[in-house]
Design a protein around this ligand. Sequence first.
Ligand code: C2O
Ligand code: CU
Ligand code: CU
Length: 480
Amino acid sequence: MLLMISLAGCGKEDIVTNVGKLDFDQPLKLPPLIEPTIESDGTKNFTLTMQSGETELLPGKIADTWGINGAYLGPTIRVSRGDKVSFNVVNSLNEPSTLHWHGMRLPAKMDGGPHQMVDAGETWTPHWTIDQPSATTWYHPHLHGKTAQHVYKGLAGMFIIDDEDSKKLPSEYGVDDIPLIIQDKLFTNEGQLTEDEEGVFGTLGDEILVNGTYDPYLEVKTSQVRFRLLNGSNARAYNFGFSDGRAFKLVGNDAGLLEEPVTLERFMLSPGERAEIVVEFEPGEETVLHSFSGNTGLDNGEFDLVKIVAASELEESAPVTGQLSSVPPIEAPKDARVRQFKLTMENKINDKLMDMYRIDEVVPAGATEIWEINNFGWSHNFHIHNAAFRVLDINDKPPSEYERGRKDTVFIPNGSKVRIVVEFGKHADPNFPFMYHCHLLRHEDDGMMGQFLLVEPGTESEVPTTLPNNGTSGEHQGHH
Ligand code: C2O
Ligand code: CU
Ligand code: CU
């Protein structure tokens, strides 16, 4: 049904919408900040338990959901650049899952991808040092074939990295620094989550949850508020803007702050992408964060997301101007290696489906390369693990103003050629791969994913292109 509408591109009456249906009477839920325990060497240790539970997603109706340290979604992790972190990822579900740190620079073994399965009842204990610029990252399951289902049921959370640059922006969590995890859902009449098994893109819902809240409002008390938007949806893309058309400042893309704020009225996020914006408020005013419909097949909807109400007296905070990030933009060296990727209608990359045993690319650790992605079918996006990139051009034209910063996921329109300059992480490991893939979760589960090794420069030709034992090299993954 939803597919037919998007392909036919019919008139406005056919657009999926919740506009006019909401009362905005539920206070927006805020994922709690999780407190670490501090180990003797200063490492911040977090325990994250994946569990099942029940949640009142729609008013008066109980849904079976999954969450982390709770029944739906997970806590916000917040650390600073330079911190040593460790995790106890406890799987209390009745089936295996994984937890991947989307946007994180770290050793492949700690990445939480399909090779780091955590069996039911087991605990996985990854650890690394946070070494990347401030960013709004996130965590979610990444098991091969079932990522869509596990995320849809509620396994996801935000992972904020601070540094000296980011602390100059509004930073008081829940006060003037607000996470917004946007997810579309389909519900049964009883209020249970349900999926569209047919859709070419996966489930496109007709209701919206923000931080797991239906019908939300948020009261703000400062004149400048930073919002961290995460598109945590399986397939839907959002064209964000405000109901009153107000302008706001984009200050960060997926992988970090911009050099300078960019004034915008609209921007798009496809699944997995994040943005940080700063919005200015006058005392007593109200506006609604809205998603406008588009024609990508992923954004065939018009949605009110959350009403924002400014208190009658606001604490004045300084407007955001001037330099934000002190990190230079990612530039390609003259002799940068160029790799090409072809995306197709069959959800293949370079004519192949994901194979857990096959290495598709071998990249020297720390390299900066140009990846050229050509899309021959449907809308897709492209995410690379353990990397940050800058979009060079889309069909030989500069990218939109809202996607010129550091990113780890980019929308790839149907029929387009997108070139990105990718800065890879420095952690080499010839035995454990990282992933690149479409972040439309049904496509990812269908196999629209490839594996790359990061290896010591100069050893590229020495590493095998098949992985023994499913890439786990016989090593126990995180048993306790
Ligand atoms: Cu958000 Cu490969 O993941
Ligand atoms: Cu990722
Ligand atoms: Cu796709």
